[in-house]
Design a protein around this ligand. Structure first.
Ligand code: CA
Length: 335
């Protein structure tokens, strides 16, 4: 069975270097120096991210993955002022396009966008889709604390809808205020606090809430054909949809539909390497196999777990497995 995975990360030393001269984002201000240093190390996983021909293709062979859709692992331009952000994203996308063009049957790509300048970001998305056949864009975090439900970011989403490509949402470090308030405690170690604030829980909720803000802003009423991809099984939000529908109904939100309806009609979910049978079963039952796309979160997935066997051995029909393994991705991403 053909396997396509869509949350598979990449970077290039030139981009890491260019980004690093701008220092920390505003989200990091107010965190202990030890935490900031540790987070900056987490941004870069060495050769597994930059290399294609050795580590990546070995991993794909081992995990029986036929095609990876690549994206920059952490925001390329989150701390870079416009117009340098525009230049840097163009360079990053050009590098990625060159890599993909060398292996066009095995690799595809999501663009990285200069969120500092939404009009330019929309144009960069169009350039990448039309010139390089990129599959959409992957966005992360906030722009220096600004959420993307702000009117100024609308051109990016309008362009994605116009081009018929999805926006994939990826976690990023929550703002220091949030981290200090919720996740650090004298009752457990700093290391545990850092994990709780980030990949252990906090940054998932952060990006999940951010996406829900877009839903509440009426983005899908304005752009009914827009599609989002939400990783890590929807970043915890799907489990609260019934409650949101109950309290925030169309009479109060002013939206055309219930909140859950947008998640059923405009959002695709991926496991992002969380290979839990119970979670998988829940999403197939509630949202259906037609809303799930496979993703492994290379290179962050534990390398001993084999995803393809997990999917092939799942309690699903053959046609459901084909949808999740490749057909949904082929349709949504025009592969
Ligand atoms: Ca990831």
């Amino acid at each position: 069975m053909k396997i396509i995975t869509v949350e598979e990360h990449f970077t290039d030393p030139r981009i890491v270097q260019a980004n690093s001269v701008y220092g920390d984002t505003s989200a990091m201000e107010g965190l202990p120096e030890k935490v900031r240093q540790s987070y900056n190390r987490m941004r870069f996983t060495g050769e597994r991210l930059t290399d294609v021909d050795t580590f990546r293709f070995d991993f794909m062979k081992e995990q029986k993955v036929d095609m990876q859709v690549l994206s920059y692992t952490s925001p390329v331009s989150d701390r870079v002022p416009a117009p340098q952000a525009v230049q840097l994203c163009r360079q990053a996308n050009d590098i990625l396009a060159e890599v993909v063009s060398r292996h066009s049957t095995r690799l595809a790509a999501f663009a990285t966008l200069p969120m500092a300048d939404p009009e330019q970001a929309a144009q960069e998305l169009e350039r990448c889709v039309k010139k390089y056949h990129f599959c959409g864009a992957l966005i992360t975090g906030t722009w220096q604390g600004q959420f993307y439900d702000s009117e100024r970011f609308f051109p990016i989403f309008a362009k994605a809808a116009e081009l018929d490509v999805p926006i994939s949402w990826h976690p990023e470090f929550p703002d220091a205020k949030i981290q200090n308030y919720y996740y650090f405690s004298n009752a457990y170690s700093l290391q545990t606090g850092m994990q709780f604030a980030t990949a252990g829980f906090g940054w998932h909720l952060d990006v999940g809430l951010h996406m829900t803000r877009l839903v509440l802003s009426g983005i899908f009423d304005k752009l009914p054909t827009l599609k989002f991809i939400s990783g890590h099984w929807g970043e915890a939000i799907p489990f609260m949809l019934d409650r949101m529908d109950q309290i925030m109904c169309p009479q109060t939100t002013g939206l055309k539909k219930k909140i859950s309806a947008y998640y059923h009609e405009n959002v695709y979910f991926t496991p992002s390497g969380i290979l839990s049978k119970d979670m998988f079963g829940y999403f197939v039952k509630v949202f259906g196999a037609q809303r799930i796309i496979w993703a492994l979160d290379y290179p962050y997935i534990p390398f001993h777990s084999c995803s393809t066997d997990f999917l092939l051995n799942a309690n699903l029909t053959e046609s459901e497995k084909h949808l999740i393994a490749h057909e949904n991705a082929e349709k949504l991403l025009h592969l």
